[in-house]
Write a protein that binds this ligand. Structure first.
Ligand SMILES: C[S@@+](CC[C@H](N)C(=O)[O-])C[C@H]1O[C@@H](n2cnc3c(N)ncnc32)[C@H](O)[C@@H]1O
Length: 353
């Protein structure tokens, strides 16, 4: 148990299929208790109309991992952050793709985390058809092709620069690699057995639309596995998160999945081992959310036109100003894992950090 807390892996299972209205999350139940760590082994968490979430870990009284569910209020998703746009994300990855695999992933998205996050996707058959949306340089795809034949896997991303890196990877040479938009997927309805998306939702101007697309392209009984950030509770991290990109709250993920029509929605917490379960800074890869498509065809959720018109011209100086501010805020989240790593080195093992 302790090891699972240190690796930051916990599972939250939604075991009512009702869609909650407004999702009044009982956050106080979910916060770590200062003295006892998690305050109950089987606590249930009430949503406004009886949908419930539970966690399946036991109390460990001697270890006090400072963690929290994202209980503080975040900016509404209707007010996108500076790099929560397709155009800004395109330029962000124009530059970041150069160092992405060497600098960004080791701090936030390790191979251990990836494999744990993919485990609920249940990649149980080499012949499964899998789409990896926002697949970027193919880091998550490398985890997928351990279980599924590469020829059955499609990597989709809006950044040709990120995809160029994926194309260079030998284990991915048989994958289909295509440019496209997560909010408007070029796959037919009922196409795939598994939908995977890791670390991409934070750039989507309309996350609900992307999750609705996940539902549409899956076959009956197919499973979506969406891996993404969680909202910080520490005030400075919250500030930089709100400037940079979308860090959804855990309950927001669940709500989006339910509204899209998914059943058996589950959320598993993930995090780098050296964080010892600390979640107050809002992990960039903080949870893996899964849901099963219960009926063939399109999602029951109807949406209006897309939020962002990528064809619309931008004002260059406004764009640059937004882009620079967003990128500066991102720097905070490069420093946080270094700070946590140093703390992990200094504070004796078994103590909270
Ligand atoms: C943090 S990277 C994650 C890459 C990869 N999934 C991984 O695990 O390393 C996010 C990726 O999402 C892509 N992305 C952002 N918005 C997108 C959109 N609307 N449609 C498709 N891809 C998008 C970016 O280009 C980038 O490659």
């Amino acid at each position: 148990m302790a090891s699972s807390m240190f690796s930051g892996t916990e599972s939250l299972t939604l075991f009512s299929s009702k869609t909650p209205n407004g999702l009044c999350f009982n956050a106080s139940n979910f916060h770590c208790n200062k003295r006892t760590g998690f305050n109950s082994s089987t606590s249930n968490f009430n949503f406004s109309n009886n949908a419930r979430v539970r966690h399946n870990y036991r109390v460990v009284r001697t270890i006090v991992p400072k963690c929290s569910l994202s209980a503080s209020s975040s900016r509404p998703t209707s007010q996108p952050r500076f790099i929560q746009h397709k155009k800004e994300a395109f330029w962000f990855y124009r530059f970041l793709s150069i160092v992405y695999d060497h600098v960004i992933n080791p701090g936030h998205w390790t191979e251990d985390m990836r494999d744990e996050a993919l485990e609920p996707a249940d990649l149980s058959d080499r012949n499964m058809i899998v789409v990896d949306v926002g697949g970027g340089t193919g880091f998550t795809t490398l985890g997928i092709v351990k279980h599924v034949d590469a020829k059955n896997v499609t990597i989709l991303d809006q950044s040709p620069h990120q995809l160029a890196k994926a194309k260079q990877k030998e284990p991915l040479k048989d994958c289909k690699i295509i440019e496209g938009d997560a909010e408007d997927l070029p796959f037919r309805t009922d196409y795939a057995d598994r939908y995977v998306s890791a670390g991409s939702i934070e750039y989507w101007p309309d996350p609900q639309r992307g999750i609705r697309e996940a539902y549409r392209v899956l076959k009956l009984g197919g499973k979506a596995c969406l891996i993404g950030p969680v909202y910080p509770t520490f005030w400075l991290s919250r500030f930089f998160a709100d400037v940079w990109m979308l860090f959804p709250k855990e309950e927001e993920y669940i709500e989006w999945f339910q509204k899209a029509g998914f059943k058996d929605v589950q959320l598993k917490r993930i995090g780098p081992k050296w964080y010892r379960g600390v979640r107050r800074h809002g992990l960039i890869m903080g949870c893996s959310v899964t849901g099963v498509k219960p009926a063939s065809g399109d999602s029951p959720l109807q949406l209006g036109p897309k939020e962002e018109d990528v064809e619309k011209p931008v004002k260059p100086f406004v764009f640059l100003y937004r882009f620079v501010l967003g990128a500066l805020a991102a720097t905070w989240f490069v420093l946080v894992p270094i700070y946590m790593w140093l703390k992990d080195q200094i504070v004796p093992k078994g103590q909270p950090i």
